[in-house]
Design a protein around this ligand. Structure first.
Ligand SMILES: Cc1cc2nc3c(=O)[nH]c(=O)nc-3n(C[C@H](O)[C@H](O)[C@H](O)COP(=O)(O)OP(=O)(O)OC[C@H]3O[C@@H](n4cnc5c(N)ncnc54)[C@H](O)[C@@H]3O)c2cc1C
Length: 186
């Protein structure tokens, strides 16, 4: 816990997300796609930003379901390039209302997400130092951590594609059961 996340302003920028829809921002996926394409097209694989667009709505719904965060549209916090096709002067940024420190001792979005992770039974290790990565061929498949003077190997159980599918089942249980995870070897 900590790092940049504890310092972050906590705003997220996700086109046509449920908060924008609820607050009548009048955004659409098509408009968001037009904007992202005009700003980043050609600078990286299109499937990445298309996946960002495709799963943004579900991600925000999941945050609202699994945490006590309360989001609002930061209307007027304009897109960085509002003059580009699909850009918006009214913006698409969403922020969290203050999170009650008494619930955790954390702050706003990072605190709320941490509380959500704890509520979902996700173990959080502190004082765990990353000392090395494990590879299978050229892909990273695990990490060596040091905790309390002990070295621990944490390996992903599933590959990237399966992980996405399993995470969806775990985070959206209405659509089926599943459990992404990691194996831990001491
Ligand atoms: C002032 C500020 C405002 C920002 N506002 C926003 C915003 O509004 N919206 C937004 O989307 N982004 C914002 N950002 C950016 C955002 O906060 C970061 O991109 C994000 O928090 C990065 O998360 P992370 O998990 O990759 O890294 P971090 O949160 O930095 O976490 C990395 C952690 O790894 C630990 N670590 C490092 N080396 C090791 C090791 N060898 N072993 C074990 N642990 C190690 C570090 O101590 C740290 O705790 C902001 C950033 C700053 C600084």
């Amino acid at each position: 816990m900590g790092g940049s996340t504890a310092r972050s302003g906590g705003a997220f920028w996700i086109p046509a997300n449920p908060v924008l829809k609820r607050e009548g921002a009048g955004d659409s996926l098509e408009r968001g796609e037009k904007y992202i394409a005009s700003v980043v097209e050609g600078s990286g694989p299109a499937e990445r930003w298309k996946a960002f667009l495709e799963y943004g709505d579900e991600t925000v719904k999941m945050l609202e379901r699994m945490t006590q965060l309360s989001f609002f549209w930061a209307k007027g916090y304009c897109d960085y390039h509002p003059e580009e096709p699909g850009g918006r002067a009214a913006g698409r940024s969403v922020e969290s209302r203050p999170f009650d420190l008494n619930k955790l001792g954390g702050q706003a979005i990072a605190g709320g997400m941490y509380a959500g992770a704890l509520g979902a039974g996700i173990p959080v290790w502190t004082e765990a130092k990353l000392v090395d990565l494990e590879f299978t061929d050229s892909a990273v498949t695990g990490a060596i951590l040091e905790q309390g003077g002990e070295r621990v190997s944490v390996r992903a159980k599933v590959n990237h594609g399966d992980a996405i599918e399993l995470a969806q089942k775990r985070l959206f249980p209405d659509e089926g059961a599943g459990r992404p995870g990691a194996s831990v070897r001491r």
